[in-house]
Design a protein around this ligand. Sequence first.
Ligand code: HXC
Length: 258
Amino acid sequence: MAYQTLTVEIDDYVALIRLNRPEALNALNAQLVSELGNALADADQNEKVRCIVLTGSEKAFAAGADIKEMAAKSYVDVYTEDLFGADIDRITATRKPIIAAVAGYALGGGCELAMACDFIICAENAKFGQPEINLGVIAGIGGTQRLTRFVGKSKSMEMHLTGRFMDATEAERSGLVSRVVPTTKLIPEAVAAAKKISEKSQIAVLAAKEAVNRAYETTLREGILFERRSFQALFSTEDQKEGMAAFLEKREPQFRDR
Ligand code: HXC
């Protein structure tokens, strides 16, 4: 499918989705979030895709929701259209793993979009922030909740109240990103991680993603029970037999997603 605000390249089981509104530093407008939802749904359905990398440009992952598009809206407008709500839910509904590869600005809705992915690898020039407070509003697509779970209350509160940006070093130190890589290596590193994931048993990958996400959505007791049942259920798969046999026979496993 052809998109106007993003590009999709599929190679070797990895879909690389690039946000592409350079004139507005990839600000999220209605068209972009709708196209992104469609692109992710397509990738989820596509047998040639086993992992997804979402990125922007070297200057900006995304500089937030499009302020020009939002500025004149009323409460009734944003409430009735549920601004970005349903489209953002499509991101977290994606079953295949999504890696956010962040260079440059990830601000407001851009930071929230990165946090809605499964993990974030960032470039040395990355800058994260929730500067909505400077516009007289607050985060609206998960920022107050997700940033707090990633980095804790104190840092999250400071960022939401002052609007200050966090650089890559601080983002790694505080657990917002899994790792920082040189800016020119961002895409190769993110794609290499995606390829590594795509070589695993897809059943185990989906189960691992579901189980880790329980840690955010339920109590510890329920999450551990969920994990235990998923772990046990994986013993009904051929991939478990193959993975363990391959280890014992000192060879690479040949997973078949069964
Ligand atoms: C619309 C934007 C934009 C945005 C940048 N642009 N961010 N347009 N919405 N969020 C546009 C600028 O207007 C400008 O267009 C062009 O992109 C380049 O931006 P500059 O400001 O000239 O670049 P620079 O000086 O390098 O500054 C970069 C920046 C700054 C620090 C990222 O652009 C900035 O502060 N942007 C806004 C960040 C922000 O407040 N984000 C939160 C949005 S609210 P022209 O046409 O002038 O060249 C939000 C809520 C989410 O995200 C919840 C929704 C439900």
